[in-house]
Ligand binder design. Structure first.
Ligand SMILES: NC(=O)c1ccc[n+]([C@@H]2O[C@H](COP(=O)([O-])OP(=O)(O)OC[C@H]3O[C@@H](n4cnc5c(N)ncnc54)[C@H](OP(=O)(O)O)[C@@H]3O)[C@@H](O)[C@H]2O)c1
Length: 140
């Protein structure tokens, strides 16, 4: 998206609606390095949840934790606040439980400082720079 469509959307006043804003829960930090998904949980077939990508995500989450701590917010809220701070970008945040909806909704009130937005972007690239151009994250 950032590589081939985002600039066009910004220039032409087209809204970007991000789905999978929490990378299917990965950005909440609740899945540790040794997490094993239950049989049938399709997240195990998402490339972000596999091998080197997964380890890079864990490192990135460790780097994000102090930023979330400074704002007193959860990692999920930090991820969503960063996302909706991007130009012309809205977010669908998935949720399976009511408390997740309430937690995620609080992200709209978080105003991240420009330096922190840049730092979060830099941390995100330690993962995304290693991905290929295939926008489909699943290996079905
Ligand atoms: N991903 C796609 O390819 C796609 C395509 C089209 C439409 N959509 C729609 O877009 C919506 C979002 O998709 P997504 O599931 O990929 O969204 P997501 O926002 O990346 O991940 C949502 C999942 O993260 C976990 N979660 C959410 N909030 C949390 C919180 N505060 N604390 C801890 N865990 C939390 C929940 O899963 P657990 O509780 O199970 O961990 C939840 O189901 C869905 O309605 C989906 O149907 C998705």
């Amino acid at each position: 998206m950032e590589n081939d469509a985002l600039d066009y959307c910004i220039e032409n006043n087209i809204t970007v609606l991000a789905y999978s804003s929490l990378a299917q829960g990965l950005l909440t930090g609740k899945f540790g390095p040794d997490h094993e998904f239950a049989k049938g949980d399709h997240r195990a077939r998402n490339r972000l949840f596999q091998a080197d990508n997964y380890q890079r995500v864990q490192q990135a989450l460790d780097n994000l934790r102090p930023i979330a701590g400074r704002y007193g917010v959860s990692l999920a809220q930090l991820a969503l606040a960063w996302l909706i701070a991007q130009p012309q970008t809205c977010s669908i945040a998935g949720a399976r439980k009511a408390e997740q909806v309430l937690d995620n909704a609080k992200a709209v009130k978080i105003k991240l400082l420009p330096d922190d937005l840049e730092e979060i972007d830099r941390i995100g690239r330690t993962v995304s720079d290693h991905l290929d151009d295939n926008p489909v994250m699943w290996e079905f």
